[in-house]
Structures are given as structure tokens and as C-alpha cells.
Design a protein around this ligand. Structure first.
Ligand code: HEC
Ligand code: HEC
Length: 409
């Protein structure tokens, strides 16, 4: 991009110089135009975030453009523990940069006062690409999502968002940043600006360039081992993983952003589904807080996407998570119930049945059937998933050592 701009500039300049009858004024005008293009190019370079290998362009909402300053402000907000009732929990507590933005190895997240929730913290890495946020998709975008944890009693536990506004309106560093980024101060700063900055930061937390990306999209035949290449064949072939964990011609998000019941958690409430669904629908009609209900009550949590859409075919269905960096974010699934990637593959291989009864639940996705994979295929598939780790989250990488000190620009 830099070179392009330079080339255009000199081209314009030389044209102006070569034109024999050009007046000085005209040369100046053309030079000025060239200069403008150069400056615009430099500004674009400063704000554009190069897309890593294997990922599509980052979707940026028109009303919340990325700027380096905004991303930096968002990062500070994301790490600020003062925005919790006890002053001990920030977004980063459960989405730790050094753990690929999760709280691995916790099965389910722990918020203020050691309160434990019902769900495993998904990574924030590449959440920018998701069509809906949360395991059940109950939030439409990153901006909206960021409103919830602050006021969830088992996460950050604030009664409302006022304490956050009080801090950002009075803290001198925040005052300066909000002025620079949004040109707002005092009462003009609202939660809208706070969540926009957090979302901008999250849109800068994108990672590709894994061995798989270098192998598939970077033309490096040696980036994956022979076992990993065999594992990829199982992934797209007999394992049929790719039907939900999508891989495309030029990019791979490893999710279809859709919801499926693959036989996790639901087995525990199978006998109770009729009662639970009717109780839940009644409570919801009376204005119950869905966010609180699904994160604090284990059985309600297992209703999955149903809790959002009231559709019975969505009982026990959860959003397909990305598989990027999955090797460093154990344990797995919405409830953190599977400890290793081998456990995950064994679960799929059995056709998603309840290991206790050997039976499938009533709402199991049609895409989940016994796979008949042998030991070699199982181990290859696991090894393949280990090729999905981006360099910045590789154990022993610099970013992991400098806990939380990633550079997003
Ligand atoms: C106490 C731990 C905890 C804290 C604090 C927390 N989160 Fe989360 N986060 C979770 C859990 C658990 C989920 C999944 C909840 C669900 O799906 O119902 C989640 C989900 C998300 C998602 C959705 C990702 C996806 O794949 O759908 C994003 C984005 C996110 N959190 C960002 C944030 C931000 C921003 C903050 C701070 C404002 C924050 N989180 C604070 C635990 C936490
Ligand atoms: C029908 C769609 C579908 C198919 C097919 C599928 N998955 Fe999944 N996958 C999902 C969903 C949905 C989840 C989350 C389920 C939950 O938490 O209840 C998931 C979760 C996972 C996880 C856990 C990720 C995490 O961060 O917790 C891994 C690993 C995984 N799948 C690998 C595979 C592999 C390997 C295959 C092929 C053998 C496969 N999947 C086939 C939909 C699918």
C-alpha cells in the first residue's frame, strides 16, 4: 500500500513536470493532489488492520470505524477491574490474552466473589466475524454483548452501568482518551461510547496465520506435518466436521455461525425437558432476565438456543464455535464438559450419544451420526486441530510470556 501511494505520487509529479506548457500553478495543483493522495494513503495505513492469512476482511460497522486510538481505549476498558462490584474482575479476567482470550483451564467461568457460572468462556479472538454473540446467540453484535457482563450478578456484578460512567467521566486518562476518540466529555460520554471502544478493541483481536493457514492459503507444503494433512482429510471427509466448522476456498472461520444440538449437556435434563421448557417460557413471559437465567441456572443453561427463540427444535442447540486456537483453550463445549480434543473426537465418533445410556437425545442434530473412525484417524484429527494455533497464542510465544501485552497495530 505504501509503495502504491508513492508510485502514484511520482507518476503525477512526473506528468506535471513533463507537460511542457504547464503553468507553475498547474504543477503546484497536481503536486498538491499527489500530496493529498499520499496523506490519505498514510492515514488509511495507520487505521487499516491487515487481515491475517486465512481470514476474510474484518466486518466493521459503518457507525463505529476503527482507529488506533479507539482500539487502545477499548483495550484499557477491557482490562479495567474497577468496572466490577468488587474491583477484582475485568473482561480480561475471563478473556485472558495469554490464554487466547479465554479462562482456560476453567470448565465454567468464575466472576465476582468466586461465583461460578454455567458456561465455558468462548474466545474473543475472531469474535468480530460472528453473526451472533454468546453460545446461544442472544446478543446481535460485539457492542451489545459488552453491555451484559458488567451487570450480570455472577460476572462483574454492578447494579447498573452508572459506576462505569462515573469513572470514565472523571478519570483523567479516560477523559483525555474519550475527548480524542469521540470528541466527548462529561455527560456526553455514555455507555454507547464505552461499548463502541470495547468492540473496536475486540475487532482488532483477530488471528490467523496458523500452520494450517500457511499450508492451505500460503502455499507452504511443509507447514503441516503428514499426520496433520491426513487429519484435515478426515476433517473434510469421513469426519464431516467441515459441514459445521466451515473451511472455504480463500479463508476459514471454522464456524457456520449456526446452532446445533450435538448431544452435550442436554443428556442431563432429558427427563426434565417438558417441565423446564414450560417453566422457562412462563418466567420469560413474566419478564425474567434471560441473561441471568442461563448463566446462573445449570438446567436452564442446557436449553440452549431455545431460551432465545422459543423454538423447540433449538432445545440443547449451541453455536458452532471456531476451532482456531482450540489446542490452547481446553476444556471444551458450552459447559466445559470435555477435557481434551481426543474426548471431543470420541464424542463425535460415537454419534453424540449419552455415554451413560448409549442413546441419542430427542433433539440431536441430523448432522451427528456415528463416524466409524479408527484410532489412527482419531489421532490424526486431533493433531490437525493442533495446527490451528496462531503464532501469538503458541505456548512459549512472546505474547503468551508478556501476558496481555499484545500489539494490535
Ligand atoms: C466472569 C467471567 C466473564 C467476564 C468477566 C466476561 N466474560 Fe465474556 N464471556 C464469558 C462467558 C462464560 C461467556 C459465554 C456466555 C454465554 O454464551 O452464555 C462469554 C461470552 C463473551 C463473548 C461472546 C463470544 C462468542 O463466541 O459468542 C464476548 C465477545 C465476550 N464474552 C466479551 C466480554 C467482554 C467485552 C467483557 C467485559 C465487558 C466480558 N466478556 C466479561 C465470561 C466472562
Ligand atoms: C452438526 C454440526 C457440527 C459438526 C458436524 C461438528 N461440529 Fe464440532 N461443534 C459444533 C457445535 C454446535 C459445538 C458446540 C456444542 C456445545 O457446546 O454444546 C461444537 C464444538 C466443537 C469443539 C469444541 C470447541 C470449543 O471451543 O469448545 C470442537 C473441538 C469440535 N466441535 C470439533 C469438531 C470435529 C473434530 C468434528 C468432526 C468430527 C466436528 N466438530 C463436527 C457443531 C458441529
Amino acid at each position: 500500500m505504501h509503495q502504491d501511494v508513492r508510485k502514484r505520487f511520482t507518476w503525477l509529479e512526473s506528468r506535471a513536470v513533463l507537460e511542457p506548457y504547464a503553468s507553475n500553478e498547474k504543477i503546484m495543483r497536481v503536486r498538491l493532489l499527489g500530496l493529498c493522495i499520499l496523506v490519505a494513503g498514510l492515514i488509511a495505513m495507520a487505521t487499516a488492520h491487515a487481515t491475517p492469512l486465512g481470514l476474510p476482511p474484518i466486518p466493521i460497522p459503518a457507525d463505529n470505524p476503527q482507529t488506533a486510538e479507539k482500539v487502545r481505549l477499548g483495550e484499557k476498558l477491557f482490562n479495567d477491574m474497577r468496572f466490577s462490584a468488587t474491583g477484582t474482575v475485568s473482561c480480561a479476567t475471563c478473556h485472558d490474552a495469554a490464554r487466547a482470550f479465554t479462562d482456560s483451564p476453567l470448565p465454567t467461568s468464575v466472576g465476582i466473589n468466586g461465583l461460578t457460572g454455567t458456561r465455558n468462556a468462548p474466545t474473543v479472538v475472531n469474535a468480530a466475524y460472528l453473526a451472533r454473540q454468546f453460545w446461544d446467540g442472544r446478543s446481535p453484535d460485539l457492542e451489545d454483548q459488552a453491555l451484559h457482563p458488567f451487570v450480570n450478578p455472577i460476572e462483574m456484578g454492578l447494579k447498573n452501568h452508572d459506576p462505569i460512567l462515573k469513572i470514565v467521566r472523571t478519570d483523567s486518562e479516560y477523559k483525555e482518551s474519550f475527548k480524542t476518540v469521540f470528541n466527548k466529555s462529561g455527560e456526553q460520554i455514555t455507555m454507547k461510547e464505552v461499548i463502541q471502544a470495547i468492540a473496536s478493541f475486540e475487532r482488532a483481536v483477530v488471528s490467523g496465520d496458523s500452520p494450517f493457514d500457511r499450508w492451505r492459503y500460503g502455499g507452504d507444503q511443509t507447514a503441516m506435518t503428514p499426520a496433520q494433512i491426513r487429519g484435515f482429510q478426515v476433517f473434510i471427509g469421513q469426519g464431516r466436521c467441515v459441514s459445521c466448522h466451515i473451511v472455504e476456498q480463500t479463508q476459514a472461520l471454522f464456524t457456520d455461525s449456526r446452532f446445533h444440538n450435538i448431544g452435550i449437556g442436554i443428556n442431563a435434563i432429558q427427563q426434565d425437558v417438558a417441565r423446564l421448557t414450560s417453566e422457562f417460557l412462563k418466567a420469560k413471559a413474566q419478564g425474567a432476565d434471560v441473561d441471568l437465567a442461563v448463566l446462573s441456572d445449570k438446567k436452564t443453561s442446557e436449553l440452549g438456543r431455545f431460551a432465545v427463540t422459543n423454538e423447540f427444535n433449538m432445545i440443547g442447540a449451541f453455536k458452532t464455535p471456531t476451532l482456531r486456537n482450540v489446542a490452547v483453550t481446553a476444556p471444551y463445549m458450552h459447559d466445559g464438559s470435555l477435557k481434551t480434543l481426543t474426548d471431543v473426537v470420541i464424542h463425535y465418533n460415537s454419534g453424540g450419544v449419552d455415554p451413560k445410556t448409549g442413546r441419542a437425545n430427542d433433539y440431536l442434530s441430523g448432522g451427528i451420526r456415528p463416524l466409524m473412525l479408527n484410532q489412527q484417524q482419531i489421532s490424526d484429527l486431533v493433531t490437525f486441530m493442533e495446527a490451528l494455533t496462531s503464532p501469538e497464542y503458541e505456548k512459549g510465544s512472546k505474547a503468551v510470556k508478556d501476558k496481555g501485552k499484545l500489539s494490535y497495530e
